[in-house]
Design a protein around this ligand. Structure first.
Ligand SMILES: C[S@@+](CC[C@H](N)C(=O)[O-])C[C@H]1O[C@@H](n2cnc3c(N)ncnc32)[C@H](O)[C@@H]1O
Length: 245
């Protein structure tokens, strides 16, 4: 599979397009790691699992590229969360009702079970601040960051994720709609400091997560990006852009 780093999704992309593009990325990350460590089970941490869409994508990729060997640790408090209502393939009217009735975790479990992913998924219910520091250092091929999208939290998640990744492994995440040099940076900094999660840039008209843009830029500088998904690869003590092929 070949595609180059490129601009984020055009505003016309549907939730389905965005999900399909995300799945291609996650599968490519697993394929890359499986090639680097043939025959080894892969260890993945996911920060923010919500209804299980991306967890099920990881499961499918492990099945297809690692003969199902590996695990995905899903870290999420599963408190009511409606930040992405309408986006993704797993949210319908009934699930929205369930979310409002505070049963997001039950929906996650149900989706994982229906996907046949229960053996791959390990649940760690709680805040990433508490769970990530307790995981073993250097033990993971991929850490995927898609939890709270405020600047402060994305920055903490990146700091806590870095030591977990083994040499050659990846840190990646979702919802990087624009890079630091594609938005009004002073405004983005102001929004990030205010804790604004999602906002429209008046210059470009693009909706974006200033916290993700800022945190990724401050911790890594330039990153690899495909659609809304970003990634960096560990090389010893440094982090480099990722070549996907
Ligand atoms: C954007 S959704 C995740 C979507 C999921 N990765 C997918 O693609 O299907 C964000 C999730 O982050 C979770 N979250 C919010 N704050 C968190 C925190 N401090 N630690 C871990 N998860 C958190 C929310 O409960 C929510 O389920």
């Amino acid at each position: 599979m070949h595609w180059a780093d490129g601009p984020s999704s055009p505003p016309s992309m549907s939730g389905e397009d965005i999900s399909a593009r995300k799945e291609r990325c996650l599968r490519s990350f697993v394929a890359l790691m499986a090639e680097a460590r043939p025959g080894q089970p892969l260890d993945i941490v996911e920060v923010g699992s919500w209804l299980g869409e991306s967890a099920i994508m990881w499961h499918g990729a492990l099945r297809d590229f690692c003969a199902g060997s590996g695990r995905v640790i899903c870290v999420d408090p599963w408190q009511p969360y409606e930040g992405k209502a309408g986006i993704g393939q797993l949210l319908d009217a009934e699930q929205t009702r369930q979310l409002n009735a505070r049963t997001a975790f039950a929906s996650f479990q149900n989706n994982i079970e229906r996907a046949g992913a229960s053996d791959t998924i390990e649940v760690r219910r709680g805040e990433s601040d508490d769970i990530l520091p307790a995981l073993p250092a250097g033990a993971f091929d991929i850490v995927y960051i898609d939890g709270d999208h405020s600047y402060a939290q994305v920055a903490k998640d990146i700091v806590n994720a870095k030591p977990l990744v083994r040499d050659g492994g990846l840190i990646c995440g979702d919802d990087l709609e624009v890079l630091y040099n594609e938005c009004n940076l002073p405004l983005a900094i102001k929004w990030a400091e205010l804790g604004t999660e999602y906002v429209r840039d008046p210059e470009t008209g693009l909706l974006f997560h200033p916290g993700v843009t800022l945190a990724v830029w401050r911790h890594f500088g330039e990153v690899s990006r495909w659609g809304l998904t970003w990634a960096m690869q560990r090389h010893g003590q440094s982090w480099r852009k990722v070549a996907l092929a």
